[in-house]
Design a protein around this ligand. Structure first.
Ligand code: ZN
Length: 213
């Protein structure tokens, strides 16, 4: 028996042969092969993105300017997520206002491009919470709007592979994923995304038109 030096990987795990008992869905399998299997590698890549990616830097700067950095005062938590964190494998991160931090699930992220997209997505939520601080009202219209912006600005619908199941329609892709995220918190999420789409997908703040993608 060889002993692993890597504390981040389970020593052993039992895979049930009954497919219905397995934790991953078919669509998750492709991704699961490629995700970070050490927090250390995930940390290095996150720091690289924070330091070198212009889009990430601009958003972070905007959050810090708008909020005096309070909204993310606890930083970014990198985690090996379990079903107790998020029960859907497709959830890769969150911005928690009460905890004042972003949480990223390294074991659900496949390398720098996906890490970057997820970080930008959560930074857009952070920026939107900053902008909203004065009113303190976080209703379904707000949630729908920030999800639309996070998917649009995070680039989750910018590559041909992302658009394949939407016949190349970027707006439909953004709407679909924003709806999936909004309905987790809002019973009328579908209507809220429809209602807010036109207005919110045009709102590129803190970017300008040239920095759209
Ligand atoms: Zn989101």
């Amino acid at each position: 028996m060889t002993k692993s030096n890597n504390d981040d990987i389970d020593d052993e795990i039992l895979i049930p042969l009954d497919r219905t008992q397995r934790r991953l869905k078919d669509s998750d399998l492709e991704q699961a092969k490629l995700v970070y299997n050490t927090i250390e590698k995930c940390r290095r890549d996150t720091e690289y993105v924070l330091e070198h990616d212009l889009r990430t830097r601009k958003l972070l700067q905007a959050v810090q300017q708008h909020c005096d950095s309070r909204v993310l005062s606890e930083g970014i938590l990198l985690k090996k997520c379990t079903n107790e964190d998020f029960n859907e494998f497709s959830i890769r991160g969150e911005m928690s206002e009460p905890q004042k931090r972003i949480k990223l699930c390294c074991n659900r992220l496949a390398g720098i491009p996906e890490l970057r997209r997820t970080l930008i997505h959560e930074l857009v939520h952070s920026f939107d919470h900053c902008r909203l601080r004065k009113t303190r009202h976080v209703g379904c219209n707000f949630i729908a709007c920030t999800e639309i912006r996070a998917y649009a600005l995070g680039g989750q619908c910018d590559l041909p592979v992302d658009l394949a199941k939407f016949d190349g329609n970027r707006d439909e892709c953004i709407k679909y994923w924003a709806t999936m995220s909004t309905i987790r918190n809002c019973d009328n999420g579908v209507e809220a995304v429809e209602r807010m789409f036109e207005k919110c997908h045009k709102d590129l703040s803190p970017f300008n038109l040239e920095e759209k993608h």
